[in-house]
Every structure is written in C-alpha cells, then in structure tokens.
Ligand binder design. Structure first.
Ligand code: HEM
Length: 390
C-alpha cells in the first residue's frame, strides 16, 4: 500500500490565519495528507478523526516526541492511555458530576457572571474578549479547580505559558524557561492550599484529589490541575466570543435564541462552527492503514476536529456557516473516545445556560461595533470582539 501523499506548500502561518478553505480542499482532494510544515499526517474527514480517537491501541496519546511533558514538567493524563489514564481521569470525576455541576458550580457561575457583567459600561463600545470572556473563563476555572486565591490574570498567564511551552516544537530554551518559572509559581500555590482543602473538603478538583480514599500521587494531582489550567480557559473564552459573534452577525438566529431561550443549541453550533481546540495528535503504535494509505508505526497523525465539524458528509454544503437552526447532528468539538473533554458539561453551563441569557437580558440591543479578528491553528477563536453594549 502506498504512503499518503505529501504536501510542502501549506504553511503554519496560513493555517493560523484561516485554515478552513484549506481543510475544505483537503476533505475533497487529499483527506489523508502528510504535511511537512506541521510534521504530521493530517486527517480531515469526520469518519477518520473519530476512528483514530476511538482506537487508542493503534493511535496512542502517549507521544514522547511532543514538548508537552517538558513544558508541564510532568506526564499529564492527556498523554496517557489505558488504565493509568482512566485512574487519573476518575480521580477528578467527582468535580464534574452532574449533581455537583447543578447544585454547586452553577450558582457560583451565576454569581460570578452577574458580578462580571455588572462592571461592563453601558452604551459604550467594549472589546468583550479582555473585558468579559477571558476573566470569566479564568474565574470559573479557578473555582472549579480549587484555586480561588489565584487572580484572573495569573490563571490566564499560566494557561498561555503552558500552551506556548506545549507548542514549542522547535524546543527553544526561552519558552521552557518561562514555563519553568510558571510551574514554580503554580507548585507553590498548590502546596499552600493543601491545608485548606484538607480542613474543608469541597467539590473542587484539588480538594477531591487530595482527599480521595486512595489518592493518586501528589505529583500527578498537580500535573492534572495544570493540564486543566492549560486546557480549561481558552476554550470557554473562545466559545463565548464565537457564539456571540455567530448570534450578533445573524440577527434572525439571535431572535430565535431569545424567543426559544435555547442558548445551548446556539453554543453547540458555535463550537461546531469554530472548534476551540482545532486539532489533536496521536502516535501510531503499529503499521496500519487509513483510506488505502499505509500509516507507518512511529508516525504522528493529526486529527483535525475543526475540519470534521464542517464535513460535507454530515453537514451538507452549508457547514461553513453558523446556523443554529440546522438539523441536529453530532459534532466532534469536544473530542471522542477515552479523552473526551471532561469539562464539556461545565463549559455548557457556564457559557450557554448562565452567561448568554444574562448578557442578552442586560444588553438586549447589543451589536457588533468593529472588525473581529480570528486567529489560531491549534486553538482558534476571535481575538477581539468589539460590541456596543446597550
Ligand atoms: C467549550 C469548551 C471546551 C472545549 C471545546 C473543549 C475541548 C476539548 C477537547 C477537544 C478535548 C480532547 C483532546 C484530545 O482528544 O486530545 C478536551 C479534553 C479535556 N478537557 Fe476540554 N474543552 C472545553 C472546556 C473544558 C473545561 C472548562 C475544562 C475544565 C477543567 C476542560 C477539561 C478538559 C480535560 C481535563 C481534558 C482531558 C481529558 C482526558 O485526557 O481524559 N475542558 N477538551
């Protein structure tokens, strides 16, 4: 069987600016493609991305070639397979239990959302990315993880530093020096919180992991709090900006969302339309095959869930549009298989059920007020969202 075709033209800069026209072309012409600039075999069809994530024996998350372990100074649950992965994931599970989300996190998110929306100025043009989406995502995660003492700015900075380190594929020293310093700060904070969480057990991730009957090693508790910091701020922040853009640029859909009070569908359509985590990587554990091409052991495949979420096989020809009224179909923005996003329901609550109705209730005439800039290859969302609040 032949190897998949290779491509030397696609650049990371192009993918960062706007990957969607490229993915559309790849889905039609070369859905399995070795892309030189990213050093991976890109998979752009929904059936293939799902298949890879659902077969961890063939496509492992444990890839020693990525800089993630170096950046986190730890091997996190996101990069483990099988029983070890399961045990560490289960250690955090009580934090994400439906009853806990409903009775503990939702009221806290409601209070936080009200406080953060209250400080927005009325009648002015405001960039909602820094003024609302980023701090709201930081505070929600700080509570969820049991890091109430960390500032919004610290949470956001640590998250970005970890992401930059994990994406440092050139293995340059400088991003690792910065992530080392941030790791020191986080370790010191976690250590200082042990006594409080032991004395007052609560549903936060740090507390449930420290107080478990058979706790996982403390190094792993800290490592997995860090993976949640690295992977729990950008996505709700970007999802909020994306859904706001989708609704504000489609007034008839916004009207429908208000009338039906169905903010969850608006949110799901936003993460389908622009998946906050656009790509994932898996290491190939034995020679195998996809769509008639050999995928050799040792290769890394990149599942492009951003592309899967617009696949014509599922969404027809209008997958490129934001349309909350489209027929319901499953999407892959939260992943698939054993690493399916653990924060899915919390994010839905925080953004769709708490923030959106509150924001449109306070500012029913809110409108876009300037250019919206989108950016990102690994993570993607608007990096500005100027609106007039009224
Ligand atoms: C709109 C919001 C979010 C989106 C779109 C999203 C997306 C994803 C995706 C695609 C993955 C799978 C990555 C892979 O397969 O390699 C993932 C994993 C994960 N997410 Fe989220 N996420 C969101 C919010 C959150 C939040 C708020 C948390 C809170 C802590 C969170 C925690 C996690 C964790 C811990 C994992 C790793 C699970 C594992 O490896 O078993 N996510 N997320």
């Amino acid at each position: 069987m032949p190897l998949a075709p290779s491509n030397e033209e696609i650049t990371i800069a192009e993918l960062t600016r706007d990957p969607y026209p490229i993915y559309r072309r790849l889905r039609a012409e070369t859905p399995v493609l070795r892309v030189k600039s990213v050093g991976r075999t890109m998979l752009t069809k929904a059936a293939d991305t799902r298949y890879v994530k659902e077969n961890p024996e063939l496509y492992s998350s444990d890839d020693p070639n990525t800089p993630m372990q170096r950046a986190f100074r730890a091997h996190t649950l996101m990069r483990k397979d099988g029983e070890t992965h399961r045990a560490e994931r289960m250690a955090m599970a009580p934090t994400f239990a439906p009853k806990v989300i409903k009775e503990h996190w939702t009221p806290l998110y409601q209070k936080t959302a009200e406080a953060y929306v209250d400080r927005l100025p009325r009648g002015e043009v405001v960039d909602l990315f820094p003024a609302l989406a980023a701090p709201y995502a930081s505070r929600g995660l700080a509570y969820l993880l049991g890091l109430d003492e960390a500032s919004d700015a610290d949470m956001a900075r640590w998250s970005q530093v970890l992401i930059d380190g994990a994406g440092n594929f050139g293995w340059r020293e400088e991003p690792f020096a910065v992530s080392d310093a941030a790791n020191d700060e986080m370790d010191a904070l976690f250590e200082s919180l042990n006594d409080r969480h032991r004395a007052e057990p609560n549903p936060s991730a740090l507390s449930v992991m420290l107080n478990a009957e058979n706790p996982i090693p403390k190094s792993q508790v800290y490592a997995n709090i860090k993976i949640a910091i690295g992977g729990g701020i950008n996505e709700p922040r970007d999802a909020l900006c994306t859904v706001l853009y989708g609704l504000l640029s489609n007034p008839e859909q916004l009207r429908h969302a208000k009338e039906s009070n169905d903010w969850t569908t608006a949110f799901e359509e936003a993460v389908r339309w622009v998946a906050p985590i656009q790509v994932s990587s898996r290491l190939v554990t034995q020679d195998t095959e996809i769509r008639g091409f050999t995928i050799p052991k040792g290769d890394t495949v990149m599942t492009i869930q951003a592309s899967a979420c617009r696949d014509e096989d599922i969404y027809g020809e209008d997958g490129e549009d934001y349309n909350m009224l489209r027929p319901k179909a499953p999407h892959q923005a939260f992943g698939n298989g054993p690493h399916f996003c653990q924060g899915t329901h919390v994010a839905r609550r925080a953004v769709a059920e708490v923030m959106l109705p509150l924001l449109f209730d306070r500012f029913p005439q809110m409108e876009l007020a300037g250019d919206v800039v989108w950016q990102g290859f690994g993570f993607r969302g608007p990096i500005t969202l100027p609106v007039r609040l009224q």
